[in-house]
Design a protein around this ligand. Structure first.
Ligand SMILES: C[S@@+](CC[C@H](N)C(=O)[O-])C[C@H]1O[C@@H](n2cnc3c(N)ncnc32)[C@H](O)[C@@H]1O
Length: 182
């Protein structure tokens, strides 16, 4: 991964400063799933279900416009959004700037499957069932025991959730990464 200043055409330097560091990976490819935003009440429900607080580091894998990243930072957590689509990263950077949480929120432009997520204490997902399944070995390998995973709409097949909740017409799921023996 290459570390570089993120300069956006039109809004440029002030945005880079306001949103902190954006990391960009080399070699772009198409997104595995299209962008559909999580409704704000569901975002709030996901962070509540994971009991996000100021000691957490929240990673949103496929962060879209950064709404989960912003909401987590507003709760005092450090948050990191990863998205492969530069348009989404640009929107997320602007939303972080507008929310004034650039000191706690970071963006990574790149492939979530190729990004180190080991510092997360909470991971949020709104992908697809098959992507959750593809991601499962990475989650179990990289995340520390006790890390919470919350998914909007899609489960993890035979990895049964610890809790399932309904928010509006959406379903959200919670898992906790087990100890290595389990
Ligand atoms: C359904 S949207 C969810 C957006 C946001 N997490 C939310 O809940 O509002 C999925 C996002 O994943 C991104 N995405 C798809 N494949 C990806 C990949 N391999 N690596 C990183 N981001 C990816 C898409 O660009 C899109 O923004």
């Amino acid at each position: 991964m290459e570390r570089r200043d993120f300069l956006l055409s039109g809004v440029a330097g002030s945005l880079a400063l306001a949103t902190g560091t954006v990391l960009a990976q080399e070699g772009r490819r198409t997104p595995d799933v299209i962008y559909v935003p999580t409704p704000q009440e569901v975002v709030d429900g996901m962070l509540k279900l994971a009991k996000v607080g100021k000691n957490d580091v929240v990673y949103d894998l496929g962060c879209g416009d950064g709404r989960i990243v912003v909401a987590a930072a507003r709760l005092g957590a450090r948050s990191v959004g990863i998205d492969i689509d530069p348009i989404r990263i640009r929107e997320a950077a602007e939303n972080i700037r507008v929310a004034g949480v650039g000191d706690r929120a970071k963006l990574i432009e790149g492939d979530l499957f190729a990004t180190d997520i080991s510092e997360a204490t909470v991971v949020t997902l709104y992908l697809l069932s098959r992507l959750n399944l593809k991601l499962r070995p990475k989650l179990l390998k990289e995340l520390r025991p006790g890390t919470r995973i919350v998914s909007h709409a899609f489960d993890m097949d035979d990895w049964k959730p610890q809790r399932t909740e309904s928010v509006g017409s959406s379903t959200i799921y919670l898992w906790t990464v087990p100890g290595k023996k389990a």
